[in-house]
Design a protein around this ligand. Structure first.
Ligand SMILES: [Zn+2]
Length: 146
């Protein structure tokens, strides 16, 4: 078990030094911002959508190692996926990827900020552009994340 913990710790350090998909997309189809004032994490997510697929995703912002690594994992997961599949991404997928399932409550906001930004961004997009009847469920889910 300690072996795994070491690997996860290294992944988190590595992602926080070299975040995946870091940057800005000009004229994104979806962009959303939120912050976690408790820790100082602040994230903008940008997405390009084509044929109901997320063709590109980037993020900008600053945050602690947990925030930056979870956001990196999330963007890797989302890139190239159909919107219907992105909608289904659950918090355990992100936490599990970095061995953070038993994270203290106070750090959960760091880990899930980007998922919240993603779900709110998708909700705003689906509700506004596509009049998706299920968009409200997505908003409720985003609000309930933490
Ligand atoms: Zn944080």
């Amino acid at each position: 078990m300690s072996g795994n913990a070491d690997i996860y710790h290294e992944m988190i350090v590595e992602y926080s030094r070299h975040p995946s998909n870091y940057g800005k997309i000009e004229n994104p189809d979806i962009s959303y911002h939120d912050s976690n004032p408790l820790c100082g994490d602040s994230i903008d997510i940008f997405m390009k959508v084509q044929d109901n697929k997320v063709t590109d995703i980037k993020f900008q912002g600053r945050g602690c190692a947990i925030c930056m690594s979870c956001t990196s994992v999330l963007t890797e997961l989302v890139k190239g996926k159909a919107i219907d599949d992105v909608k289904k991404i659950q918090k355990d997928e992100i936490l599990g990827e970095l061995g953070l399932q038993n994270l203290q409550a106070v750090r959960i906001k760091c880990a899930l900020l980007s998922l919240k930004v993603l779900k709110y961004g998708l909700y705003t997009y689906l509700a506004g552009k596509l009049k998706d009847a299920n968009a409200d469920a997505l908003k409720a889910e985003a609000s309930a994340l933490y």
